[in-house]
Design a protein around this ligand. Structure first.
Ligand code: P6P
Length: 322
């Protein structure tokens, strides 16, 4: 099996970007070790602090954020970073060529139940004429991403990444500590029988989304004339990995639970990187009938509706929402 760097060179990825990717992965290997230690890591609790998202930070959230932030800012490749766990952007090397947005530990509510969690990252080009502290540098649509990926801390630690030449799967070989290419150009089946959504929010969705889901659940007796299955892992990184692995539709639609915050998932370090991976695997990724990767960001922590996955199923869902 091919090691990471030769696999990336086959996709004409530049030396500097390969070095930055390896820097990020070095941090994820340490996070994978600590996650794998479970209670033995001494990091299973929650802190007393809330992050800018209004969520109580888990100890592992904070540690994972520090591990990734430190290696990125020391690397010299990164002009600035934005993280789910940082209120604002953090300046790196003013001459750095790249910006990195990341969610250090997505799905961290799963930590205490030994569920799936992962690190999500998105790499954008830095702007030469902007000072490193200028957060407007990050206001680039997802189509500008140079690289996007996640590391899933599951039974196997897997890297799923794209640089625009397909979405590829890698597995961490713990014997020598490298990520090995296991599947090149992953392809999402165009149709599916599996959907992922938090049904507890059903009464808060817009009526068209409620009707779409009711018809899925009606199965063979309903207008879809097809049986559907449901999965919901509480960690986008795990649900998207299932969609990339065997198809499906994943939805976190806008809801009326909190009129000030109709959406949950963050554009810059959840929706955009996942959209890049899904589109490169032949899927669709939509928000309010628009391609997520074409959304012009206005804030580093902006939230959006997300409906992504098997192309034909996402199109069917969009017809309900039209
Ligand atoms: P809920 C995790 O906190 C996250 O941001 C995503 O990874 C996940 O898909 C979603 O929120 C889960 O949200 O409302 O089901 O707990």
């Amino acid at each position: 099996m091919q090691r990471l760097a030769p696999a990336l060179r086959e996709d004409d990825v530049s030396h500097d970007l390969i070095s930055l990717i390896k820097t990020i992965l070095a941090a994820t290997k340490e996070i994978s070790f600590r996650v794998g230690q479970g209670h033995l890591s001494g990091l299973m609790g929650s802190t007393l602090d809330e992050n800018i998202q209004g969520e109580i930070q888990k100890e592992l959230d904070v540690v994972a954020n520090e591990i990734i932030k430190d290696v990125l800012l020391e690397s010299g490749y990164v002009k600035a970073i934005s993280s789910e766990e940082e209120d604002t952007t953090v300046v790196g090397n003013p001459e750095g060529k790249y910006l990195v947005s990341f969610d250090p530990l997505d799905g961290s509510s799963n930590i205490e139940v030994n569920g799936l969690i992962g690190t999500i990252f998105s790499i954008l080009p830095a702007k030469k004429d902007c000072p490193a502290y200028d957060t407007s540098m990050f206001m680039q649509p997802g189509t500008q991403q140079l690289c996007a990926g996640y590391v899933l801390y599951g039974p196997a630690t897997m890297l799923v990444m794209t640089t625009g030449k397909g979405t590829h799967f890698y597995v961490l070989d713990r014997t020598h500590g490298g990520f090995l290419l296991v599947e090149r150009n992953v392809s999402i089946p165009e149709d599916t029988h599996e959907f992922a959504i938090n049904m507890a929010n059903q009464s808060h969705w817009q009526p068209a989304m409620q009707k779409y889901i009711v018809d899925l659940i009606a199965g063979k007796k309903g207008p879809r004339d097809k049986a559907f299955n449901m999965r919901w892992l509480g960690a986008m990184v795990g649900d998207v990995h299932r969609v990339l692995s065997r198809g499906g539709i994943f939805a976190y639609p806008s809801d009326s639970k909190n009129s000030e915050q109709p959406n949950k998932l963050r554009l810059m370090y959840e929706a955009n990187p996942m959209s890049f991976l899904v589109e490169q695997a032949g899927g669709l990724s939509i928000s309010n009938q628009q391609r997520i990767m074409e959304i012009q960001p206005s804030d580093i922590h902006q939230r959006v509706e997300v409906i992504l996955g098997s192309k034909n199923e996402v199109k069917k869902c969009m017809k309900y929402l039209d």
